[in-house]
Design a protein around this ligand. Structure first.
Ligand code: FMN
Length: 213
């Protein structure tokens, strides 16, 4: 069982709650013999922004023209992200809510793998077909404010977005989701909120270990 952990925060775990969630998950799966756990650290990877440079690179590759530095880095980075996803049975995303959305580096990872013919396709009638229904996803997210209430939920574009991409379009089964929320809004309850969330992260990780024991 290959578990790919996409770490999407480079703030230290002493300060960032989603980094702490990542560390808690890794600690809980440590030594699990049937899980092959690898980390894809989006802040450590060389990941140029997705855009016309990539399309230029594809054109040049067809013509056999030499790529520029940024074009070849983009092609290599996109392939690496796609290969990492292909190899994974379970993908765990540890990510914060920043400015109502996901960090730009995680967005770049999504841009690399959100590819027709790879993650989804259209059939002859124009229906979208999910191509990753054999994979499972787990979301570990932290957000300082509260977004669970129906009136606030539509503002939240991190977990909602990740669900739409990896569940809705790619077809992965979301087998676990832990959201730590409100620790900035309610400082007096912060410790309690964070500890309870981290306990749930351990629980999700333990479940994964037990399922594949
Ligand atoms: C750059 C930045 C932007 C943030 N934007 C929001 C936000 O839009 N809404 C919110 O509720 N909290 C916001 N927060 C607070 C984080 O959601 C909170 O710190 C949470 O624990 C996730 O981020 P962290 O893992 O980096 O700590 C922001 C924090 C940072 C560092």
């Amino acid at each position: 069982m290959n578990v790919l952990v996409v770490k999407a925060n480079n703030r230290p775990a002493t300060e960032a709650i989603s980094s702490k969630m990542y560390e808690t998950f890794m600690e809980a799966v440590k030594g699990a013999e049937n899980l092959n756990v690898t980390t894809y650290d989006v802040f450590a990877e060389d990941m140029p922004y997705f855009g016309q440079d990539l399309f230029n690179a594809f054109g040049k590759m067809q013509n056999g023209t030499e790529l520029t530095d940024v074009e070849s880095r983009l092609v290599a980075a996109k392939q690496k992200a796609m290969d990492a996803l292909t190899a994974a049975d379970v993908v765990v995303f540890a990510f914060p809510l920043w400015n109502l959305t996901i960090p730009a580096k995680l967005q770049t990872f999504v841009d690399y793998v959100y590819a027709a013919g790879f993650a989804f396709k259209y059939d002859a009638e124009g229906n979208m077909i999910q191509l990753m229904t054999d994979k499972k996803a787990i979301f570990l997210n932290a957000r300082g404010g509260f977004y669970s209430a129906p009136e606030a939920a539509p503002m939240e574009m991190a977990v909602n977005y990740m669900r739409n991409v990896f569940g809705g379009v790619f077809g992965m089964e979301i087998i676990g989701e832990v959201i730590i929320e409100g620790h900035n809004a309610q400082r007096d309850k912060a410790d309690q909120i964070i500890q309870e969330g981290l306990r749930q992260v351990t629980e999700v990780a333990n479940k994964l270990v037990l399922q594949h024991a």
